[in-house]
Design a protein around this ligand. Structure first.
Ligand SMILES: Nc1nc2c(ncn2[C@@H]2O[C@H](COP(=O)(O)OP(=O)(O)O)[C@@H](O)[C@H]2O)c(=O)[nH]1
Ligand SMILES: [Mg+2]
Length: 294
């Protein structure tokens, strides 16, 4: 049987870096990797471009700069013989922003999502102030503007009132958008049924200092997503993985220098259920998604 997966995630969630590392791993065969490639559809020049960038510690090119980048990879499990097809729909990622903000999505994605046997969903551990409270936000407003808010005397007469932009869906926190994307699966045009979901916390190297398991990281940093998944076991059978596909922050020169001598595939680190410490095989979540299809 052949299992189909879709790869999802908001912009900058780590999808292209994952694809670049995956392409390197299955092409180079430098380390043990449970899945082998059984073919692909897509632009080879683009795949080589991103995996070269990944190997040489350069930022993977922003996908919007390189044209149509739908990529399909056919995979085979060396141990069980199970086969799977992974679709990376237009990695520009705006695809999923549009779905949240304008409630639009591409027919190819609907088709794939109706037939899918599992979802690989990316979230970046580098949250960039996603969870600021109103008090924290207010504390950031420059003092002159705060004073203007309660204009109380001649000394502030010149201060301009704050021009706060009108709220738009794009300002919603990432975890609200993620829950929206997941709950979209419950209604038309998608089909509501139980799905396997591998939630990939990318840039795990940045989260490691918190000494949390990927599940605990989600509960602490994205409580809404965590609660949504725990409250809906009949809709999503989920596992959370921590993935460092790049290994380091690219602008951290010392860290880059330190790992530059390691075999590129060994930079990859992945943690999660049934994964041994010091594992480099980022196909393991796909193996789990494929395991129903044997
Ligand atoms: N520190 C660190 N940063 C990462 C890792 N993987 C991706 N990133 C960074 O996360 C950002 C978004 O990654 P990208 O793959 O372009 O996301 P996409 O928009 O979902 O395709 C980029 O700045 C990457 O350098 C990682 O393993 N470690
Ligand atoms: Mg991308």
């Amino acid at each position: 049987m052949n299992a189909n997966f879709v790869i999802m995630g908001l912009p900058a969630s780590g999808k292209t870096t994952f694809l670049a590392a995956l392409w390197h791993l299955i092409e180079s065969q430098e380390t043990d990797c449970r899945l082998t490639m059984d073919g692909y559809r897509g632009d080879l020049v683009y795949l080589r471009l991103i995996s070269t960038a990944w190997r040489t510690f350069k930022e993977v090119p922003r996908t919007s700069q390189v044209g149509n980048t739908d990529v399909v990879i056919y995979l085979k499990d060396r141990e069980s013989g199970a086969r799977g097809t992974a679709l990376f729909p237009d990695l520009a990622g705006e695809t999923f922003e549009l779905q949240v903000e304008e409630r639009k999505c591409r027919p190819e994605f609907i088709e794939q999502a109706i037939a899918d046997d599992g979802v690989l969903f990316f979230v970046n551990a580098n949250l960039k102030e996603d969870g600021l409270t109103i008090n924290e936000l207010n504390a950031r407003i420059p003092e002159a503007e705060q004073d203007a808010d309660h204009a109380d005397g001649a000394q502030h007469e010149a201060a301009q009132p704050i021009q706060t932009p009108e709220w738009q869906p794009k300002y919603a926190p990432a975890q609200v958008k993620i829950v929206q994307l997941l709950s979209d699966f419950l209604r038309a045009p998608f089909t509501s049924r139980r799905r396997r979901l591998a939630l990939m916390i990318s840039a795990w190297d940045l989260a490691r200092d918190q000494h949390l398991t990927p599940d605990a990281w989600l509960a602490v940093n994205m409580p809404l997503v965590d609660q949504f998944l725990r409250s809906n076991p009949e809709l999503f059978e989920h596992r959370v993985y921590g993935l460092s596909a790049q290994g380091v922050k690219l602008d951290d020169d010392d860290a880059v220098e330190e790992i530059a001598d390691i075999t590129p595939s060994k930079r990859i680190q992945i943690v999660g259920k049934d994964i041994d410490a010091n594992e480099h095989d980022l196909t393991r979540p796909l193996v789990w998604l494929m395991s129903t299809a044997v």
